[in-house]
Design a binder for this molecule. Structure first.
Ligand SMILES: [Zn+2]
Length: 82
């Protein structure tokens, strides 16, 4: 689970499309072997879509931070603190 916690921020960036290619590969590698993170990505993608309300705009910084907070809280609730 340590591995997963390490990836939370990267997963958020990955979903935002802000991750560089190298890290993207790392994440996708991890996702292949980790059901928990795949679930997280699916959940977050839906959250992001809701936030964006169907529009292809960059998430404002404030929403991005809130999303990151939400990820952490959701993660800790589900899997416990790191
Ligand atoms: Zn994982």
């Amino acid at each position: 689970m340590r591995e997963c916690n390490k990836h939370i921020q990267e997963i958020a960036d990955y979903i935002d499309g802000e991750l560089d290619a190298k890290l993207c590969d790392d994440i996708e590698d991890h996702l292949k072997g980790c059901k928990n993170c795949r679930l997280m990505v699916d959940t977050l993608k839906q959250t992001v879509i809701l936030c964006k309300d169907g529009e292809k705009e960059e998430l404002p910084e404030s929403i991005s931070s809130k999303l990151n907070e939400a990820i952490k809280k959701r993660w800790e609730k589900k899997f416990g603190k790191a």
